[in-house]
Design a protein around this ligand. Structure first.
Ligand code: UD1
Ligand code: MG
Length: 448
């Protein structure tokens, strides 16, 4: 059956103490809302509706960044979770499949859990995701009889016996979309909070002779973010899980706790990552590559057999082909290093192309920016760029060409040519000795 996601994201998040809507606070460099959206992708949703309220413009812009097809339903007043879901009705008019309700501030629901929910939906009208809470606190309680879910009672409205229940409501619900909206129609706000509770649909469904059940998940999956300290805890949890997933997939992390990943980091098996490496968004590292200590990578692609670092920085558009080496204090931006090219020390390569097996000497800089425009440097294959060469772009260095150390290269260098772009050296015999003698005599006079 086709699925539509309804993602609730209208809440203010007062406890975040922030001007940014809560669901846009990042975890592993992506708005936490994106994590919920991504988990939902496993169901290949036909439609996704995000219910926005506080900071709706920002939430909408972020959703469109994630996927331009996402629809936004506005909830101008936050009158409760049931009321929030009702706002998605128009966007889902005529939709005949299942609706799954997710939360923009609940980023860790497992894909497999969502699959189990849609499976349970085959045999039950309403499926609620529940968990055994270590500390049930204020969570809504799931009142069950065997696997049948009878109703959900909010903590504030619960009696002593109900409060003693430890099976709690995550909030995630699946039901056929038209059934869901019919049930929501019957929800009132006659309760301790004066809100329209989504949770009331279970009792209403049962009164109508529909069936409801619970799918259980680990409490960690339902972790919500309400404050900065919970955000920090969520970041830590993401990192732990993402590192573990890499390790299980065959990546070597020498000191897992010191490697920081982004929500979209991809690393192939048998790749090795040393200590203190940061992966900002958009990085793919292929199998067998080696990322050495203290490197920072963003928007970069590292191919098999490449070695990066220690102390390297790959910026967006860095494309390292197989067996390339990028060493210490080397920065690569928007540049392709073709197979076997090497830049091992103290170098900036920006807006450039470096041919196969070319060697870039220490201290080389592509002078790519004239203060207004960026210009390209093209270096052929098997070239040798001498140490401390300034390549003033736009400039092209031919195949098997060389530049002399310390050259400022402002003109193209033909294939096979050597460019000498530095002043000529003059040696003055014995002048150093004379100069030393003079200076030492000066010093002696001063000390006298
Ligand atoms: C809700 C559940 C509770 C469950 C708990 C799990 C209800 C009535 N209660 O309680 O059973 O144990 O979540 O965390 O559903 N939201 C809107 N618009 C609204 C109200 C809420 O978009 O008008 C969004 C919030 O931004 C939030 C989510 O829905 O992301 C849950 O709302 P919240 O007020 O936190 O519900 P709880 O009281 O925690
Ligand atoms: Mg809550």
């Amino acid at each position: 059956m086709s699925v539509a996601l309804i993602v609730l994201a209208a809440g203010k998040g007062t406890r975040m103490q922030s001007d940014l809507p809560k669901v846009l606070h990042p975890i592993a460099h992506a708005p936490m809302l994106w994590h919920a959206l991504r988990a939902g992708q496993v169901l290949e949703p036909e439609k996704t509706v995000v219910v926005a309220g506080h900071g709706a413009d920002l939430v909408e812009a972020s959703c469109k960044d994630y996927d331009p097809e996402i629809e936004i339903a506005l909830q101008t007043e936050q009158l409760g979770t049931g009321h929030a879901v009702a706002q998605a009705r128009e966007a889902l008019a005529g939709f005949e499949g299942d609706a799954l309700i997710l939360y923009g501030d609940t980023p860790f629901i497992d894909e497999t859990t969502l699959q189990r929910m849609t499976e349970a939906r085959q045999t039950h009208d309403v499926v609620v995701l529940g968990f055994e809470a270590a500390v049930p606190g204020q969570y809504g309680r799931l009142v069950t009889k065997n696997e049948t879910l009878l109703r959900i009672v909010e903590f504030k409205d619960a009696n002593e016996t109900e409060r003693a229940i430890t099976l709690c409501n995550s909030g995630v619900v699946a039901a056929k979309a038209d059934v869901l909206f019919d049930l929501i129609d019957a929800v009132d706000n006659n309760n301790a909070s004066g809100e329209y509770y989504l949770t009331d649909i279970v009792g209403i469904a049962r009164e109508r002779g529909l069936s409801a059940t619970v799918v259980r998940c680990d409490e960690a999956e339902t972790l919500g973010v309400n404050s900065r300290s919970e955000l920090a805890a969520a970041e830590a949890l993401f990192q732990t899980k993402a590192r573990q997933a890499l390790i299980e997939n065959g990546v070597t992390l020498l000191a897992p706790d010191t490697v920081f990943l982004s929500w979209d980091t991809v690393i192939g098996r048998d790749a090795e990552v040393e200590q203190n490496v940061v992966f900002a968004p958009g990085v793919t590292v292929e199998s067998g590559a080696r990322i050495r200590a203290f490197s920072h990578l963003e928007g970069a692609h590292v191919s098999r057999g490449a070695i990066v670092g220690p102390y390297a920085r790959l910026r967006p558009g860095a494309e390292l082909a197989e067996n390339t080496h990028v060493g210490n204090f080397v920065e690569i931006k928007n540049a392709v290093l073709h197979e076997g090219a090497k830049a091992n020390h103290l170098t900036y390569i920006g807006d450039a192309e470096v041919g196969e097996k070319t060697n870039i000497g220490a201290g080389t800089i592509t002078c790519n920016y004239d203060g207004v425009f960026k210009h390209k440097t093209t270096i052929g294959k098997q070239a040798f760029i001498g140490s401390n060469t300034m390549l003033v772009a736009p400039v092209t260095i031919g195949d098997e060409a060389m530049t002399a150390s310390g050259s400022v290269v402002t003109e193209d260098v033909p294939d096979g040519a050597l460019a000498l772009g530095r002043s000529k050296q003059v040696n003055k015999p014995n002048l150093a000795q004379k100069l030393f003698a003079k200076l030492r005599a000066q010093k002696a006079r001063k000390q006298a």
